[in-house]
Design a protein around this ligand. Sequence first.
Ligand code: NAG
Length: 343
Amino acid sequence: MASSPSSPFGLLTFFSFILLVSAIRIDIIRKPSSSPAVPKFREAPAFRNADDCPPSGHVDIVMTLDANYLRGTMAAVLSMLQHTSCPESVRFHFLAARPEPEILSSIRSTFPYLDFRVHRFESRRVRGKISRSIRQALDQPLNYARFYLADMLPADVRRVIYLDSDVIVVDDVRQLWEVELGDKVVAAPEYCHANFTKYFTESFWSDPELAGTFKGRRPCYFNTGVMVMDVKKWREGEYTKRMEEWMVVQKHKRIYHLGSLPPFLLVLAGEIKAVDHRWNQHGLGGDNMEGKCRHLHPGPISLLHWSGKGKPWLRLDSRKPCAVDHLWAPYDLYKSSSVFLEE
Ligand SMILES: *[C@@H]1O[C@H](CO)[C@@H](O)[C@H](O)[C@H]1NC(C)=O
């Protein structure tokens, strides 16, 4: 459906653009110093539990909530509800720096039946602790909220699935939830063939004390955008504090270039429960620098993850989508995009 500028689609885009620009203008006039305008979404259908759903078997999902990624969050939520046999048993915990009323009412009107609560993430918890990474988006305080989620959730929540906002779940999320953790704190797909060395700098590996961190472990890369976490064990083991200690080391010595990932690797690599790779087809957003298109890896897929610089909603809007972005599009609830889907 690639269109020349003179096609009706091109014209529509142009008009949507004008509308968007005027909407932003209005917003700027109304709220001079506030965040971006909250997009408009279609209402999702109601999803009902199958007959054999356990009456008290909740699945607790944690995601961050931010106006910039709201379109991704909405699509991720829809994808989970659509593919699980017990959608009414899925509870969402959204971590937000500023729980803005417009965002909350947007979730309520898009998913009128959603079981969700919003927990406030105090950005001052990471103030002064974040070092600049290779991509500005990784330096947002909210990106570090996953370090602190155990403190933010109610004490009766013992296990959660943490998910980034740029994922689509195309399988029953309950299967991931039911993974056997054993004595481990985190479960995630791990990649032992990835070059682990490159996640840390020369000054890390050349310092015997620092490099000795992984002694006695077989550290493997894992992606922190999809994690099953035993929140109780996390609290008991003071994992938040351990992550923060590495952020302090980073401030002094620059031992890595990425954002919130390296502290996770330092504390947990080689100590996690490995789950099937189907649960995180990551990297679909391309690399951190250019966001080039990527292909799917062979094998079955339960979760697609647009980690990296490119985001499917932005690439679709720019009318230069990657092939994999068409897998995201069916979950897009953004109102103006329905124009393209229904034409
Ligand atoms: C892994 O990465 C490091 C650092 O970039 C590099 O020096 C090393 O040659 C790489 N090893 C392999 C096996 O590619």
